[in-house]
Design a protein around this ligand. Structure first.
Ligand code: EPU
Length: 448
């Protein structure tokens, strides 16, 4: 059996990407929606769940809490949480996935108590939880940290509605506050919330289960607590970050790529930036096409909460901008340590300088990148190195493929469909986790 560092992605750069490819379901919608299934009285059936290792970790976590999980084939899974009896999440799983913290809200809604390990930091920077805690306290919980765990409890059992104004929009805190409030007694008003499509998708899922939620997609959400929520069948939205990655992959090769089964409205900021660089962009109801033979220059980027340019596409756009004429400045406003991959890009011949004072990368192009062995430090940084590798002369071998597999379902196949020369270094099945999720799939399984 291979260990995690031995499975790599090999890219032979220079092939022009052409054609069309369908994107898969959104990781960051699937994870909280799976957690939300803890609130349902009946069975939840989810379609378009991506087969990625982050989903398999959430699967294992829900199973550890007592839920019955079943994979139905073709990205459909069912969750029966009726037997869940534990409100304590095991550290061994939570440490692998910051999004595990999404179970706090549902556990509070269901049991009035939750014990979940604190995410602390990760490779992207601090993962603070003060806004989550602010919401739990406002909803009537006592909250304290003990031995690395966040322990939240409502002495009355049921949480009570409240008005909460966040100092900044947080995706995670908005999700957790919503998840905790849907079964609370009375009305909850959440102000200055995140407007990300994944937050809206979670709300739509909760509404399908019987929750009463108004205002999602705006900066204020109003929730009328209900007594119970039902099982439901639901399809996860398209992954806008995978879609954006494929668009930058097309653009970096000066190709002509159409991404199907996506929501173009979710990627307006990305489409605008590609157009600013000289690409021709077209959109339909559920597709985006980028034709990049006329790239004229780079552009400046500021990552920002939705509908701004997504931080999760920052490394991919930097990979692309390395090949564009002129100087581009890419400023990161969400995470404080998201440029660690830049040293790897430099090893490929990129001219990128990071200024710590402004948390920005100054990218000078155009550069002919050269293929090199590089290491992916996280999911999106890995995708950024893939984008760069597609334009590099010769072979790029990316170590740390297990990070890419956390968020991308068979990225090498999506790129191969477009004519990219991208291969997993081995077809051997590495670690399996959990067995059930991949049961009927021949796709290699990677540990998280
Ligand atoms: N923050 C606080 N206090 C809090 C919560 C957050 O200060 O209580 C800070 C964080 O430290 C961070 C910033 O606010 O610097 C953004 O955090 P947010 O809560 O908005 O993000 P998240 O829920 O931790 C989700 C996605 C990330 C994505 C961000 C921003 C999931 C599972 N994760 O993280 O996705 O980058 O929103 O859009 O939904 C990825 O998919 O690769 C990924 C990192």
């Amino acid at each position: 059996m291979l260990d995690r560092l031995e499975t790599t992605l090999r890219i032979r750069g220079g092939a022009r990407l052409e054609g069309s490819v369908a994107t898969h379901g959104a990781k960051n919608a699937a994870l909280p929606i799976m957690a939300a299934a803890l609130l349902a009285k009946g069975t939840v059936t989810l379609h378009r769940v991506p087969r990625i290792t982050d989903v398999s970790v959430m699967w294992s976590l829900l199973e550890a809490l007592g839920a019955r999980m079943r994979y139905e084939g073709d990205n459909t899974l069912t969750i029966d949480a009726s037997n869940v009896a534990s409100y304590r999440a095991p550290y061994a799983l939570v440490r692998k996935l910051a999004a595990s913290f999404d179970v706090v809200g549902p556990l509070l809604g269901r049991f009035g108590r939750a014990e979940v390990p604190l995410p602390g930091g990760c490779v992207l920077g601090t993962r603070a939880t003060d806004l989550h805690e602010q919401a739990f306290v406002a909803l009537g919980c006592e909250v304290h940290n003990a031995h690395g765990y966040l322990i939240a409890e409502s002495r009355e059992g049921r949480l009570r509605g409240a008005t909460i104004e966040f100092r900044m929009p947080s995706v995670g805190a908005t999700k957790n506050a919503m998840l905790a409030a849907v079964l609370a007694d009375g009305t909850t008003t959440l102000k200055n919330v995140a407007m990300e499509p994944e937050v809206v998708d979670l709300a739509n899922f909760l509404v399908a289960m019987g929750a009463k939620i108004l205002g999602t997609g705006t900066d204020t959400i109003v929730i009328e607590g209900v007594d119970e929520l039902q099982g439901v069948e639901y399809e996860i939205i398209a992954d806008r970050i995978v879609t954006g990655t494929l668009l930058f992959a097309g653009a970096v090769t000066r190709g002509d790529v159409t991404v199907r089964r996506c929501n173009p409205q979710h990627l307006q900021a990305v489409v605008d930036k590609l157009a600013e660089c000289g690409a021709t962009t077209m959109t339909g109801d559920d597709w985006i096409r980028v034709k990049a033979d006329g790239i004229t220059g780079g552009t400046d980027i500021l990552t920002a909460p939705y509908p701004g340019f997504p931080t999760d596409l920052q490394p991919q756009v930097v990979g692309f901008l390395c090949t564009c004429p002129g100087t581009s400045v890419v400023e990161e406003s969400i995470f404080n340590a998201r440029f660690s991959y830049v040293n790897e890009l430099a090893r490929m011949g990129a001219d990128v300088r990071v200024t710590m004072e402004s948390n920005a990368a100054i990218v000078k192009g155009p550069k002919q990148l050269s293929g090199a062995p590089v290491e992916a430090p996280d999911i999106r940084a890995g995708a950024g190195l893939v984008v760069a590798g597609l334009a590099a002369a010769g072979e790029t071998e990316i170590i740390g493929l297990e990070y890419i597999d956390r968020g991308y379902e068979r990225l090498e196949e999506l790129l191969s469909e477009l004519g990219g020369q991208v291969q997993r270094s081995s077809g051997v099945t590495p670690l399996v986790e959990p067995a059930g999720f991949f049961e009927t799939s021949e796709y290699p399984r990677i540990s998280a």
